[in-house]
Design a protein around this ligand. Structure first.
Ligand code: GLN
Length: 535
């Protein structure tokens, strides 16, 4: 029988509920229990794919091509598992399904209502994941903050699940912020108290409260949370600020959270094995040698926009015992002359040209690529970054004047990057890119092959444009070469030979989505090695 952990949030969003959720999963997994995680997003979008990264951070892509919330990335990285699009449930999906059913006449004669029809659909989606993955425990994070109108149907659904699944098979964990008053340094628990009251008003009594606070909770604050939150004192934990998110499971384990969850779920108590994680956290903390990575993009103001890339660098850094330090470079600043490309790229050991969409910043990225190519600075281009590497090469080396991607300049005389053929027939924009993992064939004696040491690899994708097949002969007759192709002949990797450049690699894929703490993504690892002069 599957057990469920439901994680709710109070006071504010963005307090690290996703990390606590992933950490709980980790503590169960460390005890030999199989775990999966679900993120519930109470917005009306069917998926995160149509949202701007400024709104919502990165769109995380699953193996099966789901465009999901970035918390799924945390779950995958913490738990070293692959999730599917079913692990991200949104209001949009739920209503779409119920309304489709209503139109088909499946509720004929009935009045279709939030309770029970919407709540039934929510429960069935949660249980579907439990059944599909056959795990011991499903950790379900309910996005947003308790008290939000849009979150209510989800809270009602999980309240019902407690009754249906049984008290001993469900545990409610409430994560809420404890602010500290600047003047007095006092830890204020009132907001937590109120958010628990709000939960109880709708029939949910949390079993465990995790306070998110800058520092460990003082006894007095803990006592108050226990008293007003109506939980025993030993069920109050603090997720205090630590240097790396990967340390959160360790600090929560030390406080006894793993044991408490196990006890509440009536699972057999076991000793946790967190040695790998401890090693990894130790490496992050003790690796002092700095390596500066220039991150050229256009959503650089919200660091969450590229979170999987940041994490891929953290993983590679730990592996090499170096400390990646990111220098965010806004491509529009280069493009509009607010900073020269020399200045922007001074002091960097390597450059990553980040994924993206649309015109803004594209010329700035191209300038950065040219500079890195000509000055032998290790360069990794991801998706749009790789496409612009091809544009830059076409223009400046091959001499195809005004070459461009038709995404940016539909009238370019040399559309070296163009819409994929099948995309020309697509009318709807939601969920219609080339999404998810596809096999890529790597060619021997290339940089790409040397990084993966494998001929067939699977990386995830999210794009509509590609290297124009009509230009392949023209572009790749010179130094730039193709080192990986998809099985249907799409350009997946491009590179310059070792003779021409230390590390010059572009990929149409997003290898960052598959990077894990103990198995860093090969292109990121190779890039970082080059940046510290190891290759
Ligand atoms: N905008 C480009 C495309 O659609 C690249 C997308 C990306 O970088 N993820 O092909």
């Amino acid at each position: 029988m599957t057990k469920y952990v439901f994680v709710t949030g109070g006071v504010l969003s963005s307090v690290g509920k996703g990390i606590v959720t992933a950490s709980i999963g980790k503590l169960l997994q460390a005890r030999g229990y199989s775990v999966t995680a679900i993120k519930i997003d109470p917005y009306l979008n069917v998926d995160a794919g149509t949202m701007n990264p400024y709104m919502h951070g990165e769109v995380f892509v699953t193996e099966d091509g789901g465009e999901t919330d970035l918390d799924l990335g945390h779950y995958e990285r913490f738990l070293h598992i692959n999730l599917s699009k079913f692990n991200n449930i949104t209001t949009g999906q739920v209503y779409l399904k119920v309304i489709e059913r209503e139109r088909k006449g499946e509720y004929l004669g009935k009045c279709v209502q939030i309770i029970p029809h919407i709540t039934d659909e929510i429960k069935s989606r949660i249980r579907f994941v439990a059944k599909r993955e056959e795990v011991d425990v499903v950790v379900v994070e309910i996005g947003g903050t308790v008290g939000d109108i849009e979150g209510l149907p989800f809270l009602e659904a999980v309240r019902q699940m407690r009754i249906e699944e049984g008290y001993q098979n469900t545990v409610f964990v409430h994560v809420a912020l404890v602010p500290i008053l600047e003047v007095t340094g006092e830890q204020k628990t009132k907001p937590v108290q109120h958010s628990v009251q709000e939960l109880r008003r709708i029939g949910i009594q949390p079993d465990i409260i995790v306070a998110r606070c800058k520092v460990t909770l003082e006894d007095e604050a803990k006592r108050k949370i226990a008293l007003y939150g109506n939980v025993p004192l030993d069920s109050v934990f603090t997720s205090y600020t630590v240097g790396t998110i990967y340390e959160v499971p360790l600090i929560l384990e030390k406080q006894g959270l793993g044991k408490k969850v196990i006890e509440r779920l009536h699972l057999e108590p076991r000793e946790p094995n967190l040695r790998d994680l401890e090693w990894f956290v130790g490496r992050i903390k003790h690796s002092k040698r700095k390596v500066v990575v220039g991150m050229v993009g256009k959503y650089t103001k919200l660091k969450d926009s590229y979170i999987s890339i940041n994490e891929a660098l953290v993983h590679a850094g730990a592996h090499l015992a170096v400390k990646p330090t990111l220098k965010w470079i806004e491509a529009t600043d280069i493009e509009e002359g607010r900073i020269s490309v020399e200045e922007a790229l001074s002091e960097v050991n390597g450059v990553i040209v980040l994924p993206g969409f649309g015109k803004r910043g594209a010329e700035g990225k191209i300038m950065a690529i040219k500079y890195a190519r000509e000055n032998n600075i290790p360069l990794l281009g991801i998706c749009f970054g790789m496409q612009l590497m091809v544009v830059e090469y076409a223009r400046n080396v091959i001499g195809l004047e005004h070459a461009h991607s038709t995404e940016i300049d539909p009238k370019t005389p040399h559309p070296v990057i163009d819409l994929m053929e099948e995309q020309t027939r697509i009318k709807q924009l939601g969920g219609t890119m080339r999404l998810g993992a596809y096999p890529i064939n790597l060619f021997k004696n290339t940089l790409a092959y040397s990084l993966y040491s494998k001929e067939t690899i699977y990386e995830r994708h999210r794009h509509r444009y590609e290297v124009n097949p009509k230009y392949i002969d023209k572009i790749f007759a010179h130094g730039l070469r193709i080192s990986g192709l998809s099985y249907d002949g799409r350009v997946e990797f491009v590179e310059l030979s070792k003779k021409e450049h230390t590390f010059y690699l572009g990929t149409q894929a997003h290898p960052e989505f598959k990077s894990r703490p103990l198995s860093p993504s090969p292109p990121y690892l190779g890039f970082l090695k080059a940046a510290i002069g190891l290759i």
